[in-house]
Ligand binder design. Structure first.
Ligand code: G6P
Ligand code: ZN
Length: 544
């Protein structure tokens, strides 16, 4: 089997974004496009000769083909071994788990997260380092630089291998081990959570759940964990069969895209517990019967109750949340007497805190939560965490959240998105707010008085790197807050996100609808930022 060196020319658009390189499938289908990027990854890494690489993806269209290409290139570039999930599958959290457990050099994950899939959809590829987390900017910048000057890539002259057969085979001098994509991950979940207790709850006859895999990667994981290990009946899993086009859907677990699940949960005879995960399995949404748990509240509940699960019974070192995530978890950290970190948006900002053992739980308002068990956010982990708490407390989801609010107070919270607005207008709005931040302190708006306002800047406590301009914060004396930032993931024009939060300590006033409870702040936000004027919109496109 011969290594061959193929000549190639650079593509100018291979700059990795927040989560690797994401492009339309037909962009990846250009001759040499995938190969150039993969060679650029390998050319950016220090000596990996003879070492182990992990490979898998969310199963979307082009996943299988890309896996074969990458295997040949890994062999030609000198990796000693590749661990690949059967069928080329691994959820993002499972890939992180496998990299850590097998002390691999790194891993390649094939995914464009919740972006639609299929021949007309998106494909993506990202590199994770030996700690199981996304490559730091130093590496992604190097990949981009290499991609701009690439002139050749290495591959093998050989046939595809059978990706569906568990066991070891060889490609040139390299070993390829096809592994069960769910085994290591399931084992880790079993260490963290009390499966016996959850099994007893599920089989008590008093509890019903519904998990929506949205035709994406979590299907096989849900079947193994919920059905095989915990005894749920198959009808409790919906859209559990992974499809290359995700069934034509948009696998993002929120109230808009997981509508089928939401309808089931809000029906009068709906189940007690519901959850969904996204395309690559790192996001989660938690629901009770006729009850939605915001990701911010979910983080706070998990933190307050973590000591009740086997994996976290020693307590938490600290909690970290992204800046726009509500301050509900801060109140828990304060009560527990542990550190609380407020980081910029993006899971990568948790990496140093997790590696240094400063934070145990992390969460983002964008439906992400996770912990030090891996270095990615983890959808099924959050679902199992909730199931463990439900099994311990023997209360409904609604009772758990209302008791939490009664004990800690409620941070009413909502995010208003103005999607696809004019980028210049959105930029002007942010610029105007930035200029205002110095002069708002002490100003009164109705019942609210501004306590502070700034353009959020973060100094990483571990490596002291500074990230500036991460969003405008306006805090009020009663603990209420509003945040304005532009999305870093949108594709058309600009997306303005307005995050609103009001603290309510009085138990008698904690059961309002969030939009009603936040009505004054919503008006004040528009008044201060002149959202209608700058976006030309009368109302947000999405409210969560
Ligand atoms: C991705 C990242 C998340 C982040 C989110 C923010 O999903 O993985 O860590 O919270 O983007 O998106 P936004 O559109 O608000 O910049
Ligand atoms: Zn994802």
């Amino acid at each position: 089997m011969n290594t061959i060196v193929k000549n190639t020319t650079p593509f100018p658009d291979q700059k990795p974004g927040t989560s690797g390189l994401r492009k339309k499938v037909n962009v990846f289908q250009q001759a040499g496009y995938l190969e150039n990027f993969v060679q650029s990854i390998f050319d950016s890494l220090d000596d990996f000769s003879g070492k182990t690489l992990v490979l898998g993806g969310d199963g979307r269209f082009y996943n299988r083909h890309a896996a074969q290409v990458i295997l040949r290139m890994a062999a030609a570039n000198g990796f000693g071994k590749v661990l690949v999930g059967r069928g080329g599958l691994l959820s993002t959290p499972a890939a992180s788990c496998v990299i850590r457990k097998h002390q691999a050099f790194g891993g390649i994950i094939l995914s464009a997260s919740h972006n639609p899939a299929g021949p007309d959809g998106d494909f993506g590829i990202k590199y994770n380092t030996g700690n199981g987390g996304p490559a730091p900017e130093k590496i992604t910048d190097a990949i981009y630089a290499k991609s701009l000057s690439i002139s050749r890539y290495r591959t093998l002259d050989t046939q595809d291998i059978d990706l569906d057969l568990i066991g070891e085979t060889r490609l040139g001098d390299m070993r390829v081990e096809i592994i069960d994509p769910v085994a290591d991950y399931t084992e880790l979940m079993q260490e963290l959570f009390d499966f016996d207790r959850i099994h007893a709850l599920i089989n008590s006859g008093l509890f019903n759940m519904c998990f929506d895999a949205m035709h994406a990667i979590t299907g096989p994981y849900a079947v193994e964990i919920f059905e095989q290990r915990l005894g749920v009946t198959p009808d409790a899993l919906i859209n559990a069969e992974p499809k290359e086009d995700f069934g034509g859907g948009h696998p993002d677990p929120n109230l808009v895209y997981a509508k089928q699940l939401v309808d089931i949960m809000f029906a009068s005879n709906g189940p007690d517990f519901g959850a969904a995960s996204d395309g690559d399995g790192d996001r989660n949404m938690i629901l009770g019967h006729q009850c939605f748990i915001t990701p911010s509240d979910s983080l706070a509940v998990l933190a307050a109750n973590a000591h009740l699960t086997p994996g976290y019974k020693q307590g938490l070192a600290g909690i970290a949340r992204s800046m726009p995530t509500s301050q509900a978890a801060d109140r828990v950290a304060e009560r527990l007497g542990i550190e609380m970190f407020e980081t910029p948006t993006g899971w990568k900002f948790f990496g140093n805190l997790l590696d240094a053992g400063r934070a145990t739980l992390c969460g983002e308002e964008s439906f992400g939560s996770g912990s030090s068990h891996i270095r990615e956010k983890d959808g099924l982990w959050a679902v199992l965490f909730w199931l463990n708490l439900l099994a311990v407390h023997k209360l409904s989801v609604r009772d758990i959240i209302t008791r939490h609010w009664a004990s800690f107070g409620r941070n009413y919270y909502s995010r208003h998105d103005y999607e696809g607005v004019n980028a210049d207008g959105a930029g002007e709005l942010m610029e105007k707010l930035r200029n205002l931040t110095g002069n708002l302190k002490g100003k009164r708006y109705g019942d609210y008085e501004v306590a502070f306002s700034d353009d959020f800047s973060y100094t990483d406590p571990i490596d002291h790197s500074v990230s500036e301009h991460q969003g405008i914060r306006i805090g009020f004396t009663d603990g209420s807050r509003m945040v304005f930032r532009l999305s870093g993931t949108g594709t058309e024009g600009a997306t303005l996100r307005v995050y609103l939060e009001r603290y309510e300590g009085d138990t008698a006033k904690q059961l309002l609808d969030a939009q009603d409870a936040l009505a004054d702040l919503i008006r004040i936000a528009d008044d201060i930022a002149q959202v209608r004027h700058y976006t030309g919109r009368d109302a947000p496109t999405v409210i969560t």
